[in-house]
Design a protein around this ligand. Structure first.
Ligand SMILES: Nc1ncnc2c1ncn2[C@@H]1O[C@H](COP(=O)(O)OP(=O)(O)OP(=O)(O)O)[C@@H](O)[C@H]1O
Length: 478
């Protein structure tokens, strides 16, 4: 082959290679544009740059750290994702390098390589960390970010160029998804309390779970299923045009576990709690501000709702509406309207929980069908609940004294808090159970002494009333 033919051949080869790379880049872009959700497209395209090398089989993408949240999402997700991929080799290496350090930081060192395998495709990851006096934009050195005017860290990801579409279509979305899951699992829940009209957060460390919650099994199962169905039904709520929210009214005497159930719900759903003290809020406008300030995946809790709002004024709500001077004063109707209206137009995955010790004192507006989706009666401690408590406190599920205790619990109204307190009195299970028996005998004698006082709401074994129509099982979630 003479030199001219060689040049033609190599130009042809170059053109073919270039054309196929452009075509596959276009294909990848088409896939991104057509099949990925818009939000994901923005994240992916704003976050990385391709580096074409016409004569290599390798393709490189660069995922830069960025100040702006959307652009940084892929970088951030990559860091989180890589923590789970750090191989045992690297961990060992790191551990031997950092013998003096107790914990090994799970991230890549500058320049260190990590090979990730995704659906049979090998991806080589390298982290580049800015150092003093590095040049700008040279591959292998940190990048200069013109928007923030500083050097930034970046990941260099190298793979065979024939997998560009797999990378854009599947691998990067997979990283974003995995990072979301890892963060959700690690997320520290927050408890927000309002001071005047702003929320103050603290870490929520409520130990309650559905496992340790003493509640009749059927009721517990129904509540759990309802919560699970609720979080899985994003598309369903969208389809029927309803706000993605659910309301629970918890009622029962003090110490029956209303707050414990709220803690268990938050831990189960991984939702933050917003504990709204209505006494701190005087005006509807302030209430509006607080409700607008709530994040998604949260529970709004208003405890003792019967004591929170001046119910004596509730019948005047209508009059107040026509009276301009009192128009902004907080009222039950204002609260209910905000919750209905505001959350229908903004926010998703919201739960509202009202608690009361006296359901009969509640305003009928709150009990109206469609207002609170479930009414949950947190009853006295029955045999089932006792078994859960004794297993929590003494890790036993059988004892010769159980029969007597269970018989007494059928006759006596003792709250789970009272039973729990007796069980905690001694580490010696025999002593604790004996104490509980004495306590229940004492209560029974007291009750018998009080007989004839006419009080008997024990028949209210309504454990659960679903006020809203059951979500139709015929509508499939997507
Ligand atoms: N159902 C329950 N399951 C497990 N523990 C419970 C339960 N009920 C009460 N307890 C124990 O009693 C304590 C007090 O109960 P909790 O505050 O949940 O009751 P409450 O119904 O919210 O009371 P109040 O109406 O006074 O706010 C809890 O911290 C927990 O230790």
């Amino acid at each position: 082959m003479d030199s001219q033919t060689k040049a033609v051949e190599s130009t042809k080869k170059y053109l073919t290679t270039a054309a196929s790379i452009v075509a596959s880049a276009m294909l990848a872009r088409t896939i991104v544009n057509e099949y990925l959700p818009k939000e994901l497209r923005t994240i992916i395209f704003s976050a990385f740059h391709h580096r074409f090398d016409w004569f290599s089989t390798e393709h490189t993408i660069v995922i830069k750290e960025a100040e702006d949240l959307t652009s940084n999402e892929l970088y951030d997700a990559s860091s989180t994702y890589l923590q789970t991929r750090i191989s045992s080799n690297i961990r060992r290496l790191r551990a031997s390098k950092n013998k003096e350090k107790k914990s090994v930081i799970l991230s890549l060192d500058d320049g260190e390589e990590l090979i990730d395998d995704f659906q049979g495709v090998k991806y080589k990851w390298q982290l580049k960390i800015p150092k003093e006096n590095h040049g700008r934009n040279n591959v292998g050195n940190p990048r200069w970010d013109f928007s923030s005017n500083r050097e930034v860290r970046w990941f260099k990801v190298t793979f065979h160029k024939k997998y560009k579409d797999v990378t854009v279509d599947s691998y990067l979305p997979h990283i974003l998804e995995m990072a979301k899951e890892i963060k959700a699992a690690d997320r520290r829940l927050k408890l927000y309390m309002n001071q005047n009209e702003s929320w103050m957060p603290i870490d929520l460390q409520h130990p309650a779970t559905f496992e340790t919650l003493a509640m009749e099994e059927d009721l517990k199962k129904t509540v759990l299923e309802d919560l699970t169905r609720f979080i899985q039904r994003k598309e369903y709520y969208k389809k029927i045009g309803k706000a993605w929210k659910r309301g629970y009214l918890l009622f029962g005497p003090p110490g029956t576990g209303k707050s414990t159930l709220i803690g268990a719900m938050a831990n189960y759903l991984k939702f933050d709690i917003y504990d709204l003290n209505l006494r701190e809020v005087r005006m509807n406008s302030g209430l509006n501000r607080l409700l607008v300030g709530m994040k998604n995946k949260s529970m709004l809790v208003i405890e003792d709702i019967d004591c929170s709002i001046d119910f004596k004024n509730r019948n005047n709500d209508k009059k107040n509406e026509s009276n301009n001077s009192r128009n902004d004063e907080i009222s039950l109707s204002g609260l209910l309207n905000f919750i209905d209206g505001l959350w229908s137009t903004s926010g998703e995955e919201r739960i509202i929980v009202f608690t009361t010790n006296y359901k009969e004192k509640l305003d009928p507006a709150l009990l109206r069908p469609g207002r609170m989706d479930m009414h949950i009666n947190m009853g006295y401690c029955g045999p089932n609940s006792f078994r859960i408590l004794v297993s929590n406190y003494h890790a036993i599920d059988e004892h010769s004294m159980f029969e007597e205790i269970e018989g007494l619990l059928k006759e006596v109204e003792a709250t789970p808090a009272e039973v729990a307190e007796q069980l905690m009195r001694s580490d010696d299970v025999d002593v604790a159970l004996e104490g509980l028996i004495q306590f229940l005998h004492g209560k029974r004698d007291e009750d018998q002494g009080n007989e004839g006082n006419g009080e008997d709401d024990k028949d209210e074994k309504l454990v659960l009333v679903e006020k809203e129509e059951r979500l139709e099982s015929s509508v499939e979630d997507q």
